[in-house]
Design a protein around this ligand. Structure first.
Ligand code: AMP
Length: 185
């Protein structure tokens, strides 16, 4: 059973490539961003608490996403693709523990590499197509800063475990998908 992390900066193409990966390997797709946006759309207590944080492009607290992941892993039987999680080293450490609790292990982490100018271009383009509340110029900058300061160290965490697979995230969607399959094996 495969358990995979798809990793990269905002705009790197994690969501798009996730669809191909879950289809190919028969995995359950879990996106913390999607789960959090649903809380906001449903106007739950949690949703009200996190809306301002997400609109500002900041990370929500580790506790919130960890609790969500704990439930998602407990409910899964197929193997999972983690999209947008872990985003801090603390989350990465907890993910290892949660998987171990269920007799699982992370297979690998696929890191999509895209230059900053291209990330910004894609995010601004997505802003006009999808109208996501956090796709605007100020928030995009905050999200890239959060990525650089808090999330990038997660790559080293997996490199040290020998689980980091770096994939060029430029090119056609199909080419990138093929590179990812090769990296996962
Ligand atoms: P995404 O859809 O993955 O780009 O996530 C959108 C927003 O949700 C982020 O900018 C954060 O505010 C929040 N978020 C998603 N995943 C996490 C996470 N693992 N830890 C903290 N905040 C998260």
């Amino acid at each position: 059973m495969k358990n995979i992390v798809i990793f990269g900066a905002p705009g790197a193409g994690k969501g798009t490539q996730s669809d191909f990966i879950v289809e190919h390997y028969g995995l359950t797709h879990v996106s913390t961003g999607d789960l959090l946006r649903k809380e906001i759309a449903d106007e739950t207590e949690l949703g009200k608490r996190i809306k301002g944080i997400m609109d500002a492009g900041q990370l929500v607290s580790d506790d919130i996403v960890i609790e969500m992941m704990d439930k998602a892993i407990a409910a899964d039987t197929k193997g999972m693709l983690f999209d947008g999680f872990p985003r801090t080293v603390a989350q990465a450490e907890v993910l290892d523990k949660l998987l171990a609790k269920h007799g699982r292990e992370l297979t690998c982490m696929v890191q999509l590499e895209v230059p900053k100018e291209e990330l910004v271009r894609r995010l601004l383009e997505r802003a006009t197509i999808q109208g996501r509340a956090d796709d605007n110029e100020v928030t995009i900058n905050n999200r890239l800063n959060e990525y650089n300061s808090k999330t990038k160290p997660v790559a080293d965490y997996y490199a040290k475990q020998g689980k980091q697979r770096v994939v060029d995230g430029l090119g056609s969607i199909e080419d990138i998908a093929a590179r990812i399959r090769q990296a996962i094996g």
